[in-house]
Design a protein around this ligand. Structure first.
Ligand SMILES: NC(=O)c1ccc[n+]([C@@H]2O[C@H](COP(=O)([O-])OP(=O)(O)OC[C@H]3O[C@@H](n4cnc5c(N)ncnc54)[C@H](OP(=O)(O)O)[C@@H]3O)[C@@H](O)[C@H]2O)c1
Length: 356
């Protein structure tokens, strides 16, 4: 093993970050070590790879402002004497992506589970790509779609094989799939299953994030960019499952009027379980023209999208080489363990790239 030294700054120690610190950090290769762990208002610095008691160590830290916690990342990068450095963005905070270019300029590679940088506006995305190019840094983000599923890896592999991708479609929202399947298998209203999903923690705190299709738009944007296509998240045509009058009201009013979803969606909701329905996202490049959309779709009962297990993600890639039947990636696409495992795979990929 080469003596390359990789200093790791972990930003976010929630479900995914916590799982990675507990289960994968102890398995880091010789030469890679954690130098800091940063949470929203607390941080551990100068760790020198010794993070086995990180939870207890955090309980002995003092609370700071979120801005101070973020400032520590740059300080640690500047103080870090390791020849190579990486920041793991394991937060769900939209604002974090605005710091990537500073971290890159300070010498860091980036690994993200956080989707927001990959799904930022075309202008911001191009700025980030330019910074990576200028400073010759790597950015790996294989868990941003489908958690541990190798969907981005499948796209990269097709492109390396000189294949031309024409279309990618998939069930990208575990929460919408769960709600729709429960709805179709029961005689209860759609709004009932939205409430159940929220109570079980399957939706965002504001379920309109899921029902509006915004999360699916982010994932389609990331996949399209992986395929080398230029796209802005606003280019994705979304069927919102939220009635117009409930889109701007505050969350408590949304919950009070949630029954309005049932009448609004009635024309689209398929109650015939022989015609399974899901929220399908598709992005395609045809004759140089990019189209991207996400909407309620019914499938033939024996089709892939009808038969995936509840909560699983499934993707199909159509290309020159996969024109008669698509390349399919499917399986559980959510969960801290799978995501942390995918993050670890990105860390090892970076480590071996830096050693090659
Ligand atoms: N869970 C999954 O199945 C899954 C799958 C694929 C991708 N992801 C992505 O993985 C990321 C992490 O998900 P999660 O479920 O672990 O989230 P989480 O449990 O909410 O944890 C988020 C962590 O980020 C920290 N944080 C938030 N804002 C911060 C800030 N401004 N500066 C520093 N730290 C900050 C939080 O700090 P505190 O500890 O102080 O609250 C917390 O430790 C998300 O982007 C999610 O979309 C998750």
């Amino acid at each position: 093993m080469s003596q390359t030294n990789l200093g790791i700054i972990v930003v976010g120690a929630g479900n995914v970050g916590g799982y990675w610190l507990d289960n994968f950090a102890p398995e880091l290769p010789v030469g890679a070590e954690i130098v800091a762990i940063v949470r929203s208002t607390r941080y551990l610095t100068n760790c020198q790879g010794n993070v086995s008691n990180w939870r207890e160590d955090f309980s002995n830290t003092t609370q700071h402002s979120p801005a101070d916690a973020l400032a520590v990342i740059l300080q640690q990068l500047e103080a870090c004497s390791h020849p190579h450095k990486v920041v793991l963005d394991l937060t769900a905070d939209e604002r974090i992506r605005h710091h990537y270019t500073d971290w890159i300029a300070a010498g860091a590679h980036i690994i993200s589970a956080n989707k927001y940088a990959g799904a930022s506006s075309n202008q911001d995305y191009q700025k980030l790509r330019a910074a990576l190019q200028q400073h010759q840094r790597h950015w790996l983000a294989n868990t941003t779609v489908g958690a541990g599923l190798p969907i981005q890896a499948a796209i990269q592999e097709r492109l390396r094989g000189n294949d031309t991708i024409h279309k990618i479609s998939g069930l990208c929202s575990g929460s919408l799939s769960w709600i729709l399947r429960q709805f179709q298998a029961s005689d209860k209203a759609f709004s009932y299953w939205v409430k159940q999903a929220a109570e079980l923690g399957y939706t965002e705190p504001d379920p309109r994030q899921d029902l509006g299709g915004h999360d699916v738009a982010r994932k389609l944007t990331i996949l399209a960019r992986e395929a080398g296509w230029t796209i802005d998240p606003n280019d994705v045509q979304l069927q919102s499952l939220v009635p117009p009058e409930l889109r701007q009201v505050d969350l408590s009013q949304f919950w009070q009027q949630i029954n309005k979803l049932d009448a609004y969606l009635q024309p689209w909701l398929e109650t015939d379980s022989a015609k399974p329905m899901d929220y399908l996202g598709t992005v395609a490049l045809t004759n140089g023209q990019l189209t991207a959309n996400a909407e309620l779709t019914s499938f033939a009962a024996d089709s892939l999208f009808a038969t995936v297990r509840t909560g699983d993600s499934a993707f199909q890639i159509y290309s020159d080489h996969y024109c008669e039947g698509p390349l399919t990636v499917q399986g559980p696409g959510v969960g801290a363990a799978l995501t942390a495992s995918g993050v670890h795979s990105d860390v090892l990929t970076l480590f071996s790239e830096l050693n090659s």
